[in-house]
Design a protein around this ligand. Structure first.
Ligand code: DP6
Length: 357
Protein backbone atom coordinates (compact mmCIF):
# COMPACT_ATOMS: atom_id res chain seq x y z
CA UNK A 1 0.00 0.00 0.00
CA UNK A 2 1.25 3.48 -0.84
CA UNK A 3 1.57 5.09 2.60
CA UNK A 4 1.86 8.68 1.53
CA UNK A 5 -1.61 8.68 -0.08
CA UNK A 6 -3.42 7.54 3.06
CA UNK A 7 -5.72 10.24 4.45
CA UNK A 8 -4.53 10.03 8.03
CA UNK A 9 -6.20 13.03 9.70
CA UNK A 10 -9.37 13.46 7.66
CA UNK A 11 -12.28 12.94 10.08
CA UNK A 12 -15.90 12.79 8.83
CA UNK A 13 -18.09 15.78 9.65
CA UNK A 14 -21.76 16.15 10.60
CA UNK A 15 -22.67 18.28 7.56
CA UNK A 16 -23.44 17.21 4.04
CA UNK A 17 -21.03 18.42 1.35
CA UNK A 18 -21.67 18.84 -2.34
CA UNK A 19 -19.15 19.47 -5.10
CA UNK A 20 -18.93 19.37 -8.89
CA UNK A 21 -15.88 18.87 -11.12
CA UNK A 22 -15.23 18.33 -14.77
CA UNK A 23 -12.42 16.35 -16.32
CA UNK A 24 -11.39 15.89 -19.95
CA UNK A 25 -10.42 12.86 -21.94
CA UNK A 26 -6.82 12.41 -23.11
CA UNK A 27 -5.11 10.89 -26.13
CA UNK A 28 -1.99 8.80 -25.64
CA UNK A 29 0.95 9.40 -27.96
CA UNK A 30 2.93 6.60 -26.28
CA UNK A 31 0.45 3.92 -25.27
CA UNK A 32 -0.20 2.18 -21.98
CA UNK A 33 -1.02 -1.44 -22.80
CA UNK A 34 -0.26 -4.01 -20.13
CA UNK A 35 -0.44 -3.66 -16.34
CA UNK A 36 0.05 -5.48 -13.06
CA UNK A 37 -2.05 -5.14 -9.90
CA UNK A 38 -2.80 -2.66 -8.42
CA UNK A 39 -3.17 -0.91 -11.78
CA UNK A 40 0.56 -0.37 -12.28
CA UNK A 41 1.66 0.14 -15.90
CA UNK A 42 4.16 -2.19 -17.55
CA UNK A 43 5.63 0.78 -19.46
CA UNK A 44 5.56 4.56 -19.25
CA UNK A 45 2.98 6.38 -21.40
CA UNK A 46 2.58 9.97 -22.51
CA UNK A 47 -0.54 11.84 -23.58
CA UNK A 48 -2.05 15.13 -24.60
CA UNK A 49 -4.90 16.16 -22.35
CA UNK A 50 -7.96 17.20 -24.38
CA UNK A 51 -10.34 20.06 -23.75
CA UNK A 52 -13.79 19.53 -25.27
CA UNK A 53 -14.64 15.91 -24.50
CA UNK A 54 -15.41 16.31 -20.79
CA UNK A 55 -17.26 14.46 -18.04
CA UNK A 56 -18.99 16.65 -15.46
CA UNK A 57 -19.62 14.94 -12.14
CA UNK A 58 -21.51 16.21 -9.13
CA UNK A 59 -21.27 14.36 -5.82
CA UNK A 60 -23.35 14.88 -2.70
CA UNK A 61 -21.80 13.41 0.44
CA UNK A 62 -24.43 12.93 3.18
CA UNK A 63 -23.24 11.76 6.61
CA UNK A 64 -24.57 8.36 7.73
CA UNK A 65 -25.60 7.59 11.33
CA UNK A 66 -22.94 4.90 11.62
CA UNK A 67 -20.07 3.86 9.33
CA UNK A 68 -20.68 1.02 6.87
CA UNK A 69 -18.39 -1.83 5.78
CA UNK A 70 -18.45 -0.81 2.10
CA UNK A 71 -18.95 2.60 0.56
CA UNK A 72 -22.66 3.40 0.13
CA UNK A 73 -23.18 5.03 -3.25
CA UNK A 74 -25.68 5.71 -6.02
CA UNK A 75 -24.99 6.62 -9.63
CA UNK A 76 -27.04 8.69 -12.07
CA UNK A 77 -25.64 9.05 -15.59
CA UNK A 78 -27.31 11.67 -17.77
CA UNK A 79 -30.19 11.70 -15.27
CA UNK A 80 -30.78 7.93 -15.26
CA UNK A 81 -29.81 5.22 -12.80
CA UNK A 82 -27.10 3.01 -14.25
CA UNK A 83 -26.93 -0.43 -12.56
CA UNK A 84 -24.40 -1.48 -15.22
CA UNK A 85 -21.92 1.11 -13.88
CA UNK A 86 -22.09 -0.24 -10.32
CA UNK A 87 -19.60 -3.15 -10.45
CA UNK A 88 -16.75 -0.98 -11.78
CA UNK A 89 -17.55 1.76 -9.25
CA UNK A 90 -17.86 -0.76 -6.42
CA UNK A 91 -14.44 -2.18 -7.31
CA UNK A 92 -13.06 1.36 -7.44
CA UNK A 93 -14.41 2.24 -3.98
CA UNK A 94 -13.17 -1.09 -2.54
CA UNK A 95 -9.77 -0.18 -3.89
CA UNK A 96 -9.57 3.38 -2.64
CA UNK A 97 -11.13 2.93 0.78
CA UNK A 98 -7.69 2.36 2.28
CA UNK A 99 -6.77 5.86 1.12
CA UNK A 100 -10.07 7.57 2.02
CA UNK A 101 -11.54 5.61 4.98
CA UNK A 102 -13.79 8.56 5.90
CA UNK A 103 -15.98 7.64 2.87
CA UNK A 104 -17.51 4.83 4.98
CA UNK A 105 -19.25 7.55 7.00
CA UNK A 106 -21.08 9.04 4.00
CA UNK A 107 -23.74 8.24 1.47
CA UNK A 108 -22.07 9.14 -1.83
CA UNK A 109 -24.61 10.25 -4.49
CA UNK A 110 -22.92 10.61 -7.87
CA UNK A 111 -24.52 12.33 -10.84
CA UNK A 112 -22.56 12.59 -14.02
CA UNK A 113 -22.85 13.51 -17.71
CA UNK A 114 -20.61 13.87 -20.73
CA UNK A 115 -20.28 16.95 -22.91
CA UNK A 116 -19.75 14.74 -25.96
CA UNK A 117 -22.48 12.57 -27.49
CA UNK A 118 -23.02 9.43 -25.40
CA UNK A 119 -23.33 7.23 -28.48
CA UNK A 120 -20.22 8.59 -30.15
CA UNK A 121 -18.04 5.61 -29.24
CA UNK A 122 -15.50 7.83 -27.50
CA UNK A 123 -14.22 6.08 -24.39
CA UNK A 124 -15.15 8.05 -21.30
CA UNK A 125 -13.55 6.07 -18.48
CA UNK A 126 -10.57 8.46 -18.31
CA UNK A 127 -12.69 11.61 -18.00
CA UNK A 128 -15.27 10.03 -15.68
CA UNK A 129 -12.77 8.53 -13.24
CA UNK A 130 -10.72 11.74 -13.15
CA UNK A 131 -13.85 13.85 -12.46
CA UNK A 132 -15.00 11.49 -9.69
CA UNK A 133 -11.54 11.40 -8.09
CA UNK A 134 -11.50 15.21 -8.13
CA UNK A 135 -14.81 15.28 -6.19
CA UNK A 136 -13.51 12.75 -3.64
CA UNK A 137 -10.29 14.65 -3.01
CA UNK A 138 -12.27 17.90 -2.77
CA UNK A 139 -14.20 16.37 0.16
CA UNK A 140 -10.95 15.13 1.70
CA UNK A 141 -9.44 18.62 1.49
CA UNK A 142 -12.49 19.99 3.34
CA UNK A 143 -11.92 17.48 6.13
CA UNK A 144 -8.16 17.94 6.28
CA UNK A 145 -6.48 20.84 4.44
CA UNK A 146 -4.15 19.84 1.59
CA UNK A 147 -1.95 22.01 -0.60
CA UNK A 148 -2.71 22.24 -4.33
CA UNK A 149 0.18 20.02 -5.42
CA UNK A 150 -0.78 17.25 -3.04
CA UNK A 151 -4.42 17.50 -4.09
CA UNK A 152 -3.52 17.07 -7.78
CA UNK A 153 -1.24 14.16 -6.96
CA UNK A 154 -3.90 12.41 -4.94
CA UNK A 155 -6.56 12.98 -7.60
CA UNK A 156 -4.27 11.39 -10.19
CA UNK A 157 -3.41 8.55 -7.78
CA UNK A 158 -7.09 7.74 -7.09
CA UNK A 159 -8.14 8.19 -10.73
CA UNK A 160 -5.49 5.64 -11.74
CA UNK A 161 -7.07 3.05 -9.46
CA UNK A 162 -10.37 3.58 -11.36
CA UNK A 163 -8.88 3.48 -14.86
CA UNK A 164 -5.18 3.66 -15.62
CA UNK A 165 -5.33 6.29 -18.35
CA UNK A 166 -7.56 8.50 -16.14
CA UNK A 167 -4.54 9.55 -14.07
CA UNK A 168 -3.27 11.46 -17.13
CA UNK A 169 -6.47 13.55 -17.44
CA UNK A 170 -5.94 15.51 -14.21
CA UNK A 171 -3.53 18.11 -15.58
CA UNK A 172 -2.25 19.09 -19.02
CA UNK A 173 -1.37 19.74 -21.72
CA UNK A 174 1.25 16.94 -21.71
CA UNK A 175 1.28 14.19 -19.09
CA UNK A 176 3.43 11.15 -18.45
CA UNK A 177 2.54 8.16 -16.32
CA UNK A 178 4.95 5.40 -15.35
CA UNK A 179 8.45 5.53 -13.96
CA UNK A 180 10.84 6.61 -16.69
CA UNK A 181 14.47 7.76 -16.34
CA UNK A 182 13.95 10.73 -18.69
CA UNK A 183 10.82 12.14 -17.00
CA UNK A 184 11.48 14.12 -13.84
CA UNK A 185 9.45 12.90 -10.84
CA UNK A 186 7.77 10.19 -12.94
CA UNK A 187 5.89 7.51 -11.06
CA UNK A 188 3.88 4.34 -11.59
CA UNK A 189 1.39 5.63 -9.03
CA UNK A 190 0.23 8.82 -10.72
CA UNK A 191 0.82 10.96 -13.78
CA UNK A 192 3.04 14.04 -13.80
CA UNK A 193 3.10 17.04 -16.16
CA UNK A 194 5.88 17.04 -18.75
CA UNK A 195 7.38 20.50 -19.04
CA UNK A 196 9.62 22.03 -21.67
CA UNK A 197 7.24 21.48 -24.55
CA UNK A 198 7.46 23.52 -27.79
CA UNK A 199 4.67 26.11 -28.18
CA UNK A 200 3.38 24.48 -31.39
CA UNK A 201 1.99 21.56 -29.37
CA UNK A 202 -0.18 23.85 -27.23
CA UNK A 203 -2.07 24.62 -30.46
CA UNK A 204 -2.63 20.97 -31.41
CA UNK A 205 -6.06 19.81 -32.53
CA UNK A 206 -7.42 16.26 -32.26
CA UNK A 207 -10.26 15.40 -34.62
CA UNK A 208 -11.77 12.03 -33.78
CA UNK A 209 -13.16 10.26 -36.84
CA UNK A 210 -15.98 7.99 -35.71
CA UNK A 211 -15.47 4.90 -37.83
CA UNK A 212 -17.30 2.67 -35.37
CA UNK A 213 -19.61 4.02 -32.69
CA UNK A 214 -20.60 0.62 -31.32
CA UNK A 215 -19.54 -1.24 -28.19
CA UNK A 216 -15.79 -1.88 -28.11
CA UNK A 217 -14.88 -5.32 -29.48
CA UNK A 218 -12.29 -5.77 -26.74
CA UNK A 219 -12.54 -3.91 -23.43
CA UNK A 220 -9.28 -2.33 -22.37
CA UNK A 221 -9.37 -4.45 -19.22
CA UNK A 222 -9.30 -7.61 -21.35
CA UNK A 223 -6.79 -6.03 -23.73
CA UNK A 224 -4.32 -5.35 -20.92
CA UNK A 225 -4.68 -8.99 -19.80
CA UNK A 226 -3.69 -10.16 -23.28
CA UNK A 227 -0.24 -8.74 -22.60
CA UNK A 228 0.35 -11.38 -19.90
CA UNK A 229 2.18 -14.23 -21.63
CA UNK A 230 2.22 -12.29 -24.90
CA UNK A 231 5.23 -13.51 -26.93
CA UNK A 232 6.36 -9.94 -27.69
CA UNK A 233 5.43 -8.33 -24.35
CA UNK A 234 8.96 -7.70 -23.07
CA UNK A 235 10.05 -6.12 -26.38
CA UNK A 236 6.88 -3.99 -26.50
CA UNK A 237 7.37 -2.60 -22.98
CA UNK A 238 11.03 -1.79 -23.70
CA UNK A 239 10.12 -0.27 -27.06
CA UNK A 240 7.39 1.96 -25.56
CA UNK A 241 9.88 3.27 -23.01
CA UNK A 242 12.46 3.98 -25.70
CA UNK A 243 9.85 5.63 -27.94
CA UNK A 244 8.92 7.85 -25.02
CA UNK A 245 12.59 8.76 -24.53
CA UNK A 246 12.82 9.60 -28.24
CA UNK A 247 9.64 11.69 -28.13
CA UNK A 248 10.78 14.02 -25.32
CA UNK A 249 13.41 15.97 -27.33
CA UNK A 250 10.99 16.05 -30.28
CA UNK A 251 8.32 17.63 -28.10
CA UNK A 252 10.88 20.12 -26.85
CA UNK A 253 12.19 21.15 -30.28
CA UNK A 254 8.88 21.00 -32.18
CA UNK A 255 10.30 18.59 -34.77
CA UNK A 256 7.00 17.65 -36.42
CA UNK A 257 8.42 15.04 -38.84
CA UNK A 258 9.91 13.08 -35.97
CA UNK A 259 6.70 13.59 -33.94
CA UNK A 260 4.63 12.06 -36.75
CA UNK A 261 6.91 9.03 -37.08
CA UNK A 262 6.85 8.19 -33.38
CA UNK A 263 3.12 8.79 -32.89
CA UNK A 264 2.01 6.74 -35.89
CA UNK A 265 4.45 3.96 -35.03
CA UNK A 266 3.07 3.78 -31.48
CA UNK A 267 -0.50 3.47 -32.78
CA UNK A 268 0.44 0.64 -35.12
CA UNK A 269 2.57 -1.09 -32.49
CA UNK A 270 -0.44 -1.11 -30.15
CA UNK A 271 -2.59 -2.73 -32.83
CA UNK A 272 0.19 -5.16 -33.70
CA UNK A 273 0.08 -6.37 -30.08
CA UNK A 274 -3.62 -7.15 -30.44
CA UNK A 275 -3.14 -8.92 -33.74
CA UNK A 276 -0.45 -11.16 -32.21
CA UNK A 277 -2.11 -11.95 -28.87
CA UNK A 278 -3.92 -15.15 -27.96
CA UNK A 279 -6.83 -14.82 -28.66
CA UNK A 280 -6.05 -12.38 -31.49
CA UNK A 281 -8.06 -9.37 -32.64
CA UNK A 282 -8.12 -6.93 -35.51
CA UNK A 283 -9.63 -3.78 -34.05
CA UNK A 284 -9.19 -1.68 -37.18
CA UNK A 285 -11.92 -1.78 -39.79
CA UNK A 286 -11.58 -1.35 -43.56
CA UNK A 287 -12.49 2.34 -43.16
CA UNK A 288 -9.73 2.79 -40.56
CA UNK A 289 -7.23 1.70 -43.22
CA UNK A 290 -8.85 3.87 -45.90
CA UNK A 291 -8.39 6.86 -43.59
CA UNK A 292 -4.76 6.00 -42.78
CA UNK A 293 -3.91 5.67 -46.47
CA UNK A 294 -5.69 8.92 -47.31
CA UNK A 295 -3.79 10.73 -44.51
CA UNK A 296 -0.46 9.41 -45.83
CA UNK A 297 -1.31 10.50 -49.36
CA UNK A 298 -2.50 13.95 -48.21
CA UNK A 299 0.68 14.43 -46.18
CA UNK A 300 2.98 13.43 -48.99
CA UNK A 301 1.18 15.71 -51.48
CA UNK A 302 0.71 18.80 -49.29
CA UNK A 303 3.59 18.47 -46.78
CA UNK A 304 1.03 19.44 -44.12
CA UNK A 305 2.02 17.79 -40.78
CA UNK A 306 -1.16 15.81 -40.26
CA UNK A 307 -0.83 12.45 -38.50
CA UNK A 308 -3.04 9.84 -36.90
CA UNK A 309 -3.15 7.81 -33.75
CA UNK A 310 -5.48 5.02 -32.64
CA UNK A 311 -6.90 3.78 -29.37
CA UNK A 312 -7.96 0.19 -28.83
CA UNK A 313 -10.66 0.45 -31.48
CA UNK A 314 -11.45 1.44 -35.05
CA UNK A 315 -11.81 5.22 -34.58
CA UNK A 316 -8.99 7.44 -35.81
CA UNK A 317 -7.60 10.47 -33.97
CA UNK A 318 -6.12 13.05 -36.34
CA UNK A 319 -3.47 15.27 -34.77
CA UNK A 320 -2.38 18.59 -36.33
CA UNK A 321 -1.35 22.11 -35.32
CA UNK A 322 -4.06 24.77 -35.49
CA UNK A 323 -2.18 26.78 -38.17
CA UNK A 324 -3.14 24.11 -40.73
CA UNK A 325 -6.64 23.46 -39.42
CA UNK A 326 -8.39 25.14 -42.33
CA UNK A 327 -6.77 22.85 -44.91
CA UNK A 328 -7.12 19.77 -42.69
CA UNK A 329 -10.80 20.40 -42.00
CA UNK A 330 -11.46 20.86 -45.72
CA UNK A 331 -9.67 17.55 -46.38
CA UNK A 332 -11.67 15.81 -43.64
CA UNK A 333 -14.92 17.05 -45.18
CA UNK A 334 -14.03 16.18 -48.75
CA UNK A 335 -12.13 12.89 -48.29
CA UNK A 336 -12.52 11.36 -44.83
CA UNK A 337 -16.08 11.81 -43.54
CA UNK A 338 -17.25 9.27 -46.12
CA UNK A 339 -15.45 6.63 -44.01
CA UNK A 340 -17.19 7.65 -40.74
CA UNK A 341 -20.50 6.35 -39.39
CA UNK A 342 -23.16 8.92 -40.32
CA UNK A 343 -20.26 11.15 -41.52
CA UNK A 344 -19.59 11.97 -37.84
CA UNK A 345 -16.44 13.34 -36.25
CA UNK A 346 -15.66 15.22 -33.03
CA UNK A 347 -13.29 18.20 -33.05
CA UNK A 348 -11.22 18.49 -29.90
CA UNK A 349 -7.96 20.23 -28.94
CA UNK A 350 -5.21 20.11 -26.36
CA UNK A 351 -6.31 21.28 -22.90
CA UNK A 352 -5.30 21.70 -19.29
CA UNK A 353 -7.12 19.16 -17.09
CA UNK A 354 -9.73 19.12 -14.34
CA UNK A 355 -11.75 22.16 -13.27
CA UNK A 356 -14.22 22.86 -10.48
CA UNK A 357 -17.65 23.72 -11.96
C1 DP6 B 1 -5.28 1.99 -25.64
O1 DP6 B 1 -6.96 3.19 -19.11
O2 DP6 B 1 -8.87 2.32 -20.49
O3 DP6 B 1 -6.23 3.89 -24.56
O4 DP6 B 1 -6.68 0.79 -16.77
O5 DP6 B 1 -8.08 -1.09 -17.62
O6 DP6 B 1 -9.10 1.19 -17.27
P1 DP6 B 1 -7.85 0.38 -17.62
O7 DP6 B 1 -7.48 0.72 -19.12
P2 DP6 B 1 -7.51 2.08 -19.91
O8 DP6 B 1 -6.51 1.74 -21.11
C2 DP6 B 1 -6.20 2.67 -22.09
C3 DP6 B 1 -5.52 2.02 -23.21
C4 DP6 B 1 -5.25 2.89 -24.42
C5 DP6 B 1 -3.86 3.52 -24.37
C6 DP6 B 1 -3.67 4.69 -23.45
O9 DP6 B 1 -4.60 5.49 -23.24
O10 DP6 B 1 -2.52 4.85 -23.00
Amino acid sequence: MEQRFIASNAQPQQDAYQTKWQAPSNIALVKYWGKTPPQLPKNASLSFTLSDAQTQTEVRFSPLGAPTKKVTFSILFEGEEKPSFRPKLQAFFDHIIAYQPFLLHYDVAISSHNTFPHSSGIASSASSMAALAACLVDLESQLSPMDEKRKLEKISFLARLGSGSACRSVQGPTMAWGTHPSVVASSDLMAVPVNDIHAIFATYCDTILLVDKGQKQVSSTLGHKLMHNHPYAAQRFAQANSQLAALLPVLKDGNLDAFITIVEKEALDLHAMMMTSDPYFILMQPNTLHIINAVWQFRSETKIPLCFTLDAGANVHLLYPSNVSESVKAFIGSDLLQFCQNRQCVHDAVGTGIKKC
